[in-house]
Design a protein around this ligand. Structure first.
Ligand code: NAI
Ligand code: MG
Length: 349
């Protein structure tokens, strides 16, 4: 019996996690679920975004299924109390350093992509985003300097062990795919990126069978819409990966389609699984959210943390069949509610 920590969070988080839960229940797997508040929901209930009991559950669980956190009502809070501090805290406390974000076009979604159909159909990449360091975790602050001028700062920093460990993950994945790895940085202007590039080159010595290329992030943003089919495995830092994966999601139709897994150094099989999107306050509570990203995240959870390959494939197959059959939430140009989209997927399980 495996224990799943369910952390639905805020906004559309609970709406999409509920559909993922329905799909998992329908498969009658050997799973138990324990739910805990996180983000703004936890702040309202317990005065902090990542309460100790929630963190303890996450550490005890075999896997974590996470929705999203964040809501404009908390924007004025100090940073450590904001909902977003919960996901950063989980990543830090559990050593969740390797965020894997696959992006492929689900057949039938050509119309939802702004790219030409042939270009969109060629997309089959995985973004390996470092998620335990970089500018998100460096020293930060704000102050008022001389003459009352306000300043804010965030330190961008990586050390070589952090770069090497994520590079090994990316090379390992590339070995199981097309043996092509593109590392994305900004080494022409950033010291952090120069170290990144040096270390990735060093690690590549262990993977002679993988073809390594480097690209600057600004060019990568352009290539992502010009010819995304050129990418197979992308290796990049926390901030560049955050931005490029939202861009990739639109290329395959919607941010509501892309799942992610974040692997942990804290315990080998532990992982956190979440859609790449946020809490989408603009559509929360309206039944408009696309649950596919959350449902596909549950499939990644079964595959990576629980070794339930067949169940993972059944879920992915049901999502593909529902889409092929025309099931569409509003983000994909359709009119199905979150719940009705869940029904359409359940019908194909
Ligand atoms: P967002 O990803 O929540 O939304 C961006 C746009 O995509 C919105 O127009 C939204 O309606 C749409 N969208 C997102 N998910 C969708 C889905 N499943 N179906 C249909 N449409 C979808 O990003 P935004 O608006 O920048 O941030 C909102 C809040 O979420 C903020 O508080 C932010 O900090 C937080 N956030 C949390 C993340 C997490 O919990 N891991 C990740 C990203 C943002
Ligand atoms: Mg993001």
């Amino acid at each position: 019996m495996s224990l799943i920590a369910l952390l639905p969070g805020d906004g559309i988080g609970p709406e999409v996690v509920a559909e993922a839960r329905r799909v998992l229940d329908a498969l009658a797997l050997d799973l138990t679920f324990e739910e805990a508040p996180v983000g703004g929901a936890a702040y309202l209930a317990q005065g902090q975004p990542l309460p100790p009991d929630t963190l303890a559950l996450a550490k005890r669980a075999d896997a974590i299924l996470f929705g999203a956190v964040g809501d404009p009502q908390f924007d004025a809070l100090e940073r450590r109390l904001r909902p977003e501090a919960a996901i950063l805290g989980l990543r830090r406390e559990l050593g969740l350093y390797a965020n894997l974000r696959p992006a492929t076009l689900t057949p039938g979604l050509e119309d939802a992509s702004p790219l030409k159909p042939d270009i969109a159909r060629a997309i089959d990449m995985i973004i390996v985003r470092e998620s335990n360091g970089d500018i998100y975790f460096g020293e930060k602050g704000h102050r008022t300097g001389l003459g009352g001028v306000r300043e804010g700062f965030d330190l961008m920093k990586y050390d070589e062990t952090e770069v090497a460990r994520i590079a090994h993950v990316a090379f390992g994945i590339a070995r199981r795919r097309k043996r092509k790895l593109c590392s994305i940085d900004k080494a022409n202007v950033l010291e952090t990126s120069q170290l990144w590039r040096d270390v990735v080159n060093e690690v590549s010595g262990d993977y002679d069978d993988v073809e390594l290329t480097h690209m600057y992030v600004d060019n990568a943003a352009m290539q992502m819409v010009r010819n995304p089919g050129q990418f197979d495995v992308i290796l990049t830092g926390n901030m560049f990966g955050d931005i490029l994966s939202d861009e990739a999601s639109m290329c395959v139709g919607s941010i509501g389609m892309l799942p992610s897994a974040t692997l942990s150094s804290w315990r080998d099989t532990l992982g956190l699984y979440e859609p790449i999107h946020g809490s989408a306050p603009d559509i929360a509570g309206q039944g408009k959210a696309n649950p596919c990203a959350a449902i596909l995240s549950a499939a990644m959870m079964l595959r990576h943390s629980l070794n339930m390959m067949e169940a993972a494939m059944r879920i992915e197959g049901a999502v593909a069949q529902a889409i092929a059959g025309g099931a569409r939430t509003p983000d994909l140009g359709g009119s199905l509610s979150t719940n009705a989209m869940g029904d359409a997927i359940l019908a194909h399980l």
